[in-house]
Design a protein around this ligand. Structure first.
Ligand code: SAM
Ligand code: SF4
Ligand code: SF4
Length: 373
């Protein structure tokens, strides 16, 4: 039988081999990268598949039925994910976010959540354990997620108008089911719930005010995300980005906003409060206001590659170490070593380029659905 040749994947560059350094491991508390940034936040992508085809993330023309998704054997198992996560926690991680693709499509995700919920920081504290979802399966799964130990959810929702929403998810999914998911999550105590809206000029900016009105006073925090040049398939153009400052002005004209203090260093969203006491809104402005300076996030891809930046062109191969018999101490040492060498600050560099430049790195970038948002 002819040998099957597996082609190099167009959106998953070959990973960099990870080495266990000879020198002793630096203790987590003092672990810092080249720009002095600690390691606090770990985002874990549990699947590269999704039931939506948002054009800014998994455009239908590319992610079609022939798209080479990862085979099951390539995925980290729940035990492998938990083992890696435990090392990250030893090195300073305090927050874990499950993402994807659509994380609720990963079979038995509740089992992984149960395992992660048992992890403790070196001083015995539980982690901040959360998950980002498109909400399509949330009404059905909210209770089991809560029971498994999930603390909060973030739900992505790009508009309230059913026709606009169906067009944006590009699989004709009705908005009412996502809203029911948000309600179910609220009812079982998966709050405070954050709702992420990607604003794409020319597509959904007229949904800004209806969304702001809907979530005003609800206790659910709406966050506006600037459309980012992540990945290589969404055909990103600067003129489709609506700067957060413009969104602030749009909302303020009807419902005045006042700036708030950041809750924690490294927080992605700039927070504003409604002057009338109707809660807060957030703005994630990675295009117009880079926040690389205190970025403390690491990303673990679906197949166990460690990425140091959302825009990185290459990951570091933790899976080979994991499956090759490395001890926990060796895994932790390898992760610490990679983090200490980190100097990524893509958004900051891109903001120094002319407005019409499409990329600040020459290498290929991985897709958001692969390393998670
Ligand atoms: N499927 C889940 C969801 O949509 O919530 C989790 C994964 S998704 C990749 C994570 C987040 O990234 C979502 O809030 C999504 O809106 C955001 N996202 C994806 N592509 C983006 C882009 N090009 N610019 C800005 N945000 C993007
Ligand atoms: Fe799927 Fe989320 Fe990407 Fe939309 S943003 S295609 S829901 S992974
Ligand atoms: Fe962090 Fe990279 Fe985003 Fe900058 S561009 S905030 S370094 S993930």
């Amino acid at each position: 039988m002819a040998e099957r040749v597996i082609p190099l994947h167009p959106h998953r560059p070959a990973p960099q081999a990870l080495h266990v350094p000879a020198q002793a491991l630096v203790q987590g508390a003092s672990l810092a990268d080249q720009l002095g940034r600690p390691l606090r936040d770990l985002r874990i992508s549990v699947t590269d598949r999704c039931n939506f085809r948002c054009s800014y993330c998994m455009p239908k023309e590319v992610f079609d039925k022939d798209y080479p998704y990862l085979p099951q054997s390539a995925l980290l198992s729940f035990e492998e994910i938990t083992r890696v996560a435990r090392q990250f926690v030893q090195l300073g991680v305090r927050k874990i976010r499950l993402t994807g693709g659509e994380p609720l499509l990963r079979k038995n995700i509740e089992i992984l959540i149960e395992q992660l919920a048992q992890l403790r920081t070196p001083d015995g504290q539980p982690l901040d354990l959360t998950l980002t979802t498109n909400g399509s399966l949330l009404a059905r799964k909210a209770q089991s997620l809560k029971d498994a130990g999930l603390q909060r959810v973030t739900v992505s929702l790009d508009g309230l108008d059913d026709a606009v929403f169906r067009r944006m998810n590009d699989v004709d999914f009705p908005v009412a089911e996502v809203l029911a998911g948000i309600e179910a999550a609220q009812a079982v105590g998966l709050g405070p719930i954050k709702v992420n809206m990607v604003v794409k000029r020319g597509t959904n900016e007229h949904e800004i005010l209806p969304m702001a009105r809907h979530f005003h006073g609800s206790g659910q925090v709406l966050r506006f995300i600037e459309y980012m040049d992540v990945g290589a398939t969404n055909g990103w153009r600067m003129n489709e980005v609506m700067p957060s400052a413009e969104v602030v002005r749009t909302i303020s004209a009807e419902m005045p906003l006042v700036p708030m203090e950041a809750a924690a260093p490294g927080e992605t969203a700039e927070r504003w409060a409604y002057a009338d006491g109707g809660g807060e809104v957030g703005f994630i402005s990675s295009v117009t206001q880079a926040f690389c300076g205190d970025c403390n996030r690491a990303r673990l891809s679906t197949e166990g590659q460690l990425y140091l930046c959302l825009f990185a062109s290459q990951g570091h191969d933790l899976r080979t170490l994991l499956r090759g018999g490395a001890s926990d101490a060796e895994l932790a040492a390898a992760i610490a070593h990679v983090w200490q060498g980190r100097s990524d600050r893509y958004s900051q560099l891109r903001s120094q380029l002319p407005a019409d430049a499409s990329s600040a790195t020459s290498g290929r970038r991985v897709e958001m659905s692969y390393i998670g948002g």
